[in-house]
Design a protein around this ligand. Sequence first.
Ligand SMILES: CC(=O)SCCNC(=O)CCNC(=O)[C@H](O)C(C)(C)COP(=O)(O)OP(=O)(O)OC[C@H]1O[C@@H](n2cnc3c(N)ncnc32)[C@H](O)[C@@H]1OP(=O)(O)O
Ligand SMILES: O=C([O-])CC(=O)C(=O)O
Ligand SMILES: [Mg+2]
Length: 290
Amino acid sequence: MERLRRTMLFMPGNNPSMLQNAGILGADSVILDLEDAVSLTEKDSARILVRNAIKSVNFYNSEVVVRINPLGTEFGYEDLDVIGRVKPDAIMVPKATEADIKSVSEKLDKIEEEEGFEKGSIKLFALIESAYGLENVYSILQSSDRIIGMLLGAEDLTADLGIKRTREGEEIFYARSRVATACKACKVAAIDTPFADMEDMEGFIKDITRAKSLGMTGKAAINPRQIDTIHGVYAPTEAEIRYAQRVMEAQEEAKREGKGVFSLDGKMVDAPIIARAQTTLNTARLAGLI
Ligand SMILES: CC(=O)SCCNC(=O)CCNC(=O)[C@H](O)C(C)(C)COP(=O)(O)OP(=O)(O)OC[C@H]1O[C@@H](n2cnc3c(N)ncnc32)[C@H](O)[C@@H]1OP(=O)(O)O
Ligand SMILES: O=C([O-])CC(=O)C(=O)O
Ligand SMILES: [Mg+2]
C-alpha cells in the first residue's frame, strides 16, 4: 500500500527510552541512528540495542528505518549484518555512492536468502550528503530496485562543499531542486534535511514550506515536537481540497461533452491541472482529510 512519508524522525540508537517510545510519537517513519548521533565508544552497544528494539518494540504505523554507519568504516558491514537479520522496513545508507548502494543491496540479497525473507523486502534510503553524491543522484537512485527514497543531508553536504549552513538555507536551493527532481524521475520519496533550531518556529515553517515548494515530499525531524508542524505544512488546505474536487467534477462534465480542455472560475483546466488535482486528493485521502 502507498504510504505517507511526511516525517522521518531521527533518534540516537543508544537511547533506550527514545527507542521504547518510537512508535507512539506519530511520525510516518522513524530512523534509528547508528551513525552520527552515536559516539565511537557506543557503536557496538547501540547496534545491539537497536536490534533488540526492532524485535520487541511496537512501532504501530511508523515505518522502521535504521541508519547504518558508512561502509568505509569498521562498523558499516557489521551494522548491516546484525540489523538486516531482524528485518527493518529499510536501511538508510549515509554518504551514499553507487558502489555503496550496490554493495548493501547484494549483502541484503544474501541475508534475505539465509533468513528466508522475501527477496527485495528490505528497502533502502540513500542519504545524499557529499558533492559527489549530489552530482550523481540519478545514477545512485538507479543502483538498486530496493531504493524507495532519498534524504538530503545538508550538514554534511555544506561541510563537504566548504560553505556555511544558514537559517534561510539559500545555499541548499540547488541541492533540494536536484534531489527532488531526480526522486520524481524515479518515483521515490524526496526527504528534506532536518531543521536544527527547535525554538525557531517561524524559521522552521518557512524552511519546510520552501523545501515543499521545490518538490520535496517530506522532511526529517530530530525532535517529536517538530512532527505536527511538518504534517501541517504537508497537508493540503481545505480550499485546495475543495478546488481539486471541483476540478474533478468539472472534468466529468467536460468528458460528457467531449472536451479535453475547459474553464473553471475563468481559468483554463487541462491534463496537468487535472493530474495536480488528483495528487492533492490522493494526499488528502492518505492523510485522512477526506
Ligand atoms: C545531522 C544529523 O545527522 S541529524 C540526525 C542525528 N541526530 C539525532 O538523531 C538527534 C535526535 N534528537 C535528539 O537527540 C534530541 O531531540 C536533542 C538532543 C536534539 C534534544 O534533546 P532534549 O533537549 O532532551 O529534547 P526535549 O526536551 O524536547 O525532549 C522531550 C522529550 O522528547 C524525547 N525526545 C527528544 N528527541 C527525541 C527524538 N529524536 N526521538 C524520540 N524522542 C525524542 C525526549 O527523550 C524527551 O522525552 P521525556 O519527556 O520522556 O524525557
Ligand atoms: O540526514 C540528515 O539530514 C542529517 C545528516 O546526516 C546531515 O545533514 O549530514
Ligand atoms: Mg550526515
